[in-house]
Design a protein around this ligand. Structure first.
Ligand code: MG
Length: 380
């Protein structure tokens, strides 16, 4: 919170940037496998631990094949057979671009609200998370969407870091998988929650903060420091502090060292039963054991922004991570809106539609802007 109080929204340099710069990437997808309390009964220091509890299997299968990126266009390297499988999968998860008119027809006389994951959705996957930038075109598209629709970015990264990367003051941000929320203050909002606070940042602009895991900040800092220490001799390992969660990236670590990195993280976590571990894409994620996720963050933001009436509002959530499934589920189960999964490989999802890559995300956002402008022109 302090960093937001002090931030200068006119300058991305006002935000704290994590120190280490060797790095892998920050795609924060999760498998459902969770660091269970039973693990703490095992003796530390043995590789058997991480092998027997499935960590290594999860690490080895944690990232789908990457595509060669040329500018903003994904060049498909897969075989024809793979294409057939993908197109079959799209029967269940149709392209949001091809279904665009269906989507906006459902939005007839409703207010569209846009939720966007960041890594792998707005920015391509890169080895250095500090360099996961949006293209200029994508930035323009997001800004355009934010002009017409309430918009929020929901990411595994810290709120400060997401803001640094996106840089738009007019939208809401939910960092640390929704555990660190900042949204524009509206006088009419009344929220009764112990973790909700109003704040004023440096420029005097009122903002609302909601941080359901505030009590975990000291313990996350403590674990972050320990993880930095225990991984510092492993070339390529990078530990990132997202304020309410922390992550250990191993994309740039030699696979022979994965058992070592898994074991050391495992040994640290056995002393922290209130933290859980989940597997992202070449990243081990450590976060508080609380009943809060991106789906809860979506519900919270809809309610807080006065957009919870499903008769008047159509939320659209675009994301590529396992953690985004919580949000897809909220929208699907309540028949409230549409989840759109960004994926170039077939996978089971609670989303309704799909987009293949960040290029298609950008095209979809641009289509929304164009549609809204045409609607506005017609109304005049
Ligand atoms: Mg993502």
């Amino acid at each position: 919170m302090a960093s937001f109080d002090q931030m200068d929204l006119s300058s991305v340099n006002a935000f704290p940037v994590l120190a280490d710069s060797t790095i892998s990437q920050t795609i924060l997808g999760f498998h459902s496998s969770v660091f269970s309390n039973s693990v703490s009964k095992k003796k530390p220091g043995k590789f058997d631990d991480v092998r027997s509890n499935g960590w290594l299997d999860a690490m080895q299968s944690s990232s789908p094949p990457r595509k060669k990126m040329v500018k903003d266009i994904a060049i498909e390297l897969a075989s024809d057979d793979t294409d057939v499988v993908y197109y079959s999968w799209m029967l269940k998860y149709p392209s949001a671009l091809k279904s665009f008119h269906h989507i906006v027809n459902r939005a007839h006389k409703k207010k569209i609200v846009i939720f966007l994951d960041y890594d792998g959705t707005l920015s391509p996957i890169v080895d250095d998370p500090n360099r996961a930038f949006m293209s200029i075109d994508m930035h323009t598209a997001v800004k355009g969407v934010a002009k017409y629709f309430p918009t929020a970015i929901i990411s595994g990264r810290s709120c400060d870091k997401v803001y640094e990367l996106v840089g738009l003051t007019e939208i809401s941000y939910a960092g640390s998988h929704g555990m660190d929320i900042i949204f524009p203050a509206k006088d009419t909002i009344s929220i009764n929650h112990t973790n909700y606070i109003r704040s004023t940042h440096k420029q005097g602009k009122k903002v609302n903060l909601f941080q359901p895991a505030r009590e975990f900040i000291p313990v996350i800092n403590e674990v972050f420091r320990i993880l930095v220490e225990v991984t510092k001799d492993i070339p390529g390992a990078f530990v990132e502090n997202h304020k309410f969660c922390t992550s250990v990236h191993y994309r740039n670590v030699d696979e022979k060292s994965w058992p070592i990195i898994a074991q050391r993280v495992h040994d640290v976590l056995k002393d922290y039963p209130r933290l859980i571990l989940t597997h992202g894409r070449k990243v081990l994620e450590i976060r508080p054991l609380i009943d809060w996720d991106k789906g809860k963050a979506v519900e919270f933001l809809l309610e807080s922004l006065g957009l919870s009436n499903i008769n008047d509002v159509l939320p659209i959530y675009i994301g590529d991570d396992r953690t985004d499934e919580d949000a897809f589920k909220v929208l699907r189960e309540g028949n409230r809106g549409y989840g759109i999964l960004v994926s170039s490989v077939p996978k089971e999802s609670k989303a309704f539609f799909s987009l293949r890559d960040t290029f298609e995300v950008k095209e979809f956002l641009k289509s929304l802007v164009k549609w809204k402008e045409q609607m506005s022109a017609t109304d005049k």
